[in-house]
Design a protein around this ligand. Structure first.
Ligand SMILES: CC(C)(COP(=O)(O)OP(=O)(O)OC[C@H]1O[C@@H](n2cnc3c(N)ncnc32)[C@H](O)[C@@H]1OP(=O)(O)O)[C@@H](O)C(=O)NCCC(=O)NCCS
Length: 146
């Protein structure tokens, strides 16, 4: 999609990312959790920017050959334009360059939009983790081999 720039997070982005977290999730990461993440050397980040505004972001926590896609979200006014797919492309490319072989993620079993995004991008469902989320919802664990 024209006009969208993909890049790593800058420290100055974290406030905007924390605001988007609050809009997109019932259990958002706080500013300080996101700041800790930013400074964690095992974290790979990607942000999508349009006209100087952060419209989507994601990050992956790596542990050797395995990594966890911890979060991905796109501003609701910018959805269905391929931005999440672009963020995943960026994160998977960075992870592969860092030696990661497998990416795992957890998704709420009610989150059909995210699940179809991941299925389309080659992730497969591995197993369900019952009551994984604080509100009691189950998580589906998905995996992609890079
Ligand atoms: C899930 C989310 C990140 C998708 O972002 P997006 O930028 O709209 O996704 P894309 O445009 O890249 O979509 C790629 C594909 O995913 C699937 N998809 C995305 N949103 C969908 C929806 N609402 N319903 C069905 N399929 C959907 C489609 O196959 C889509 O391809 P298409 O548009 O060509 O049909 C976004 O809806 C979001 O931020 N949701 C709230 C946060 C969240 O749930 N994050 C995931 C946590 S596990």
């Amino acid at each position: 999609m024209s006009g969208i720039v993909y890049r790593k997070w800058a420290y100055e982005d974290i406030l905007a990312i924390a605001e988007l977290e609050k809009k997109c999730f019932s259990d958002p990461w706080s500013f300080s959790m996101l700041a800790d993440t930013f400074f964690n050397e095992n974290v790979l980040t990607a942000a999508a920017e349009e006209g100087g505004k952060i419209v989507g972001y994601g990050f992956v926590v790596s542990a050797g050959e395995d990594a966890d896609l911890a979060n991905i979200a796109v501003d609701e006014n910018f959805r269905r334009r391929g931005i999440a797919a672009g963020i995943l492309d960026n994160l998977e490319g960075a992870a592969a360059s860092a030696g990661v072989k497998r990416i795992f993620l957890e998704v709420r079993v009610s989150n059909a939009a995210a699940m179809s995004l991941y299925l389309k991008r080659g992730y497969i469902g591995r197993y369900v983790r019952p009551r994984y989320y604080g509100d009691g919802e189950d998580a589906l664990i998905m995996q992609k081999d890079l």
